[in-house]
Write a protein of this length. Structure first.
Length: 418
């Protein structure tokens, strides 16, 4: 768990290469009421500085990484032109439960198991877990796990899902839920899945502990699967979550953030887990490495498309529609795809963002600029491009109702922003 608080800024390791938050050293950031301190020693003596920013009575820290974007995502914005015109096929699409109908029975069993595997050791953690599991959620990641499991099981002649497939789906949803609990603490969000968030109900301490507990519990179940490749895959995902949250926290209100960095962050926060869900499912079906790789790429492209759509919806939907606060990404300085595209067009936007919306009405003005200068449309194009790539990754699968549902999932996601 990445814990960013004003009183005790900790990253748990020194190798992340952080520099001070820039309250005073970065001229283009105007931050009021800053104080500085020294980060407590970590890993036996290596000190890093910390800076504390207090904005609008909310304690907040910003740290900056000096690392450059990783090479593995290089070229993510390039590639051959789409082979499928998705927009033409979006006329009548099923609902999410229609899509998952072919694995409805698997999802039903998963829902029953989830509550029990969270563990009954601590009643408070149990209640916290119940709050978020009981609030619903689309169960998209386990559904994708089941769909790929069944689509690939057909290839290797498996008659049914194995217990490893099922346990993987449970682990994945547990990790997702843990990441949401922590994400809501970091984003200071009070609503999730239409209900109060865990930290809103039980306080930040319980929310951090409940998230940690779920990460730990999922690791235990993961280890018991006794498949080293999957253990490495999922461990990387848990690390990626922290990296994604760190990246986001360290670039708030930073208008220098470019599309590649945004995609890397989105990979860490979202696509990594979805890619691991689909790849892990293929591994447990025992299919060839090239199919396993295509399933990873499918999950990654779908995950990126999904996060871009989520970021667009933050601008276009109400809190009621979202089941969580709307419009808060920009207000909190999280500059997502629509903003990054708009910044390329409209220089005035930079000044407004860098003033951290200190003037009344400036947030609304920024949103207006983003909408008027085509930021949303370009983000939609990006989401479409990633969805097209995801669908292309499915070409290696034989025709089946499961493959069809996987294709429709990519299109359904786009339907949300039509
Ligand atoms: C929310 O994921 C977090 C993002 C990656 C944007 P979901 O939209 O899948 O959340 P639930 O599980 O349905 O609530
Ligand atoms: C995705 O990012 C969250 C995680 C995968 C942890 P967001 O911060 O955009 O998710 P929402 O909008 O809060 O659901
Ligand atoms: Mg969030
Ligand atoms: Mg969001």
């Amino acid at each position: 768990m990445l814990s960013i608080t004003c009183n005790s800024l900790e990253f748990g390791r020194t190798s992340l290469d952080f520099v001070a938050c820039g309250c005073s050293s970065n001229d283009h950031f105007s931050v009021r009421n800053c104080s500085k301190g020294v980060l407590r020693n970590v890993d036996g003596g290596c000190k890093a500085r910390k800076s504390l920013c207090h904005r609008r009575e909310i304690g907040r820290c910003r740290v900056f990484s000096t690392k450059t974007p990783e090479a593995f995502l290089n070229g993510i914005t390039t590639g051959p032109p789409p082979v499928i015109e998705l927009t033409k096929e979006l006329i009548k699409l099923p609902t999410v439960s229609d899509l998952f109908e072919v694995v409805a029975h698997d999802l039903h069993t998963l829902n029953k198991n989830l509550q029990s595997i969270v563990g009954a050791e601590n009643p408070v953690l149990m209640s916290a877990a119940e709050q978020i599991f009981g609030a619903g959620g689309k169960r998209m990641r386990p559904a994708l796990t089941f769909l790929v499991s069944r689509a690939t099981a057909e290839i290797s002649g498996l008659k049914d899902l194995t217990k490893e497939h099922r346990r993987l789906a449970e682990i994945i949803e547990m990790i997702h839920t843990a990441s949401l609990i922590h994400d809501d603490v970091l984003d200071e969000s009070d609503m999730r899945r239409g209900k109060k968030t865990v930290h809103q109900l039980y306080g930040t301490r319980i929310a951090v502990l409940a998230g940690d507990f779920m990460f730990a519990q999922s690791s235990w179940y993961l280890a018991n699967l006794e498949n080293l490749e999957v253990i490495k895959l999922i461990s990387q995902v848990i690390k990626d979550f922290a990296s994604g949250e760190i990246k986001q926290a360290s670039s708030l209100f930073d208008c220098g953030v470019d599309l590649d960095e945004y995609l890397i962050k989105s990979h860490y926060k979202t696509a990594s887990l979805i890619a691991a869900s689909t790849k892990g499912a293929a591994i447990f079906s025992g299919v060839d490495a090239d199919i396993v790789e295509q399933m990873y790429q499918y999950g990654k492209n779908l995950g990126l498309s999904f996060q871009v759509v989520d970021d667009i919806l933050d601008f276009t939907q109400s809190a009621e529609q979202l089941g969580k606060p709307a419009g808060s990404d920009l207000a909190k300085g999280n500059l997502t795809a629509p903003v990054i595209f708009a910044l390329e067009k409209e220089t005035k936007l930079r000044d407004i963002i860098e003033s951290e919306f200190s003037e009344t009405g400036s947030l609304e003005e920024a949103i207006d600029i983003i909408k008027k200068c085509g930021g949303i449309e370009r983000a939609q194009d990006l989401a479409r491009k990633k969805a097209v790539e995801a669908v292309r990754n499915l070409q290696c699968l034989p025709s089946s109702s499961f493959k069809l549902a996987l294709e429709q999932m990519a299109k359904f996601n786009l339907e949300r922003i039509k």
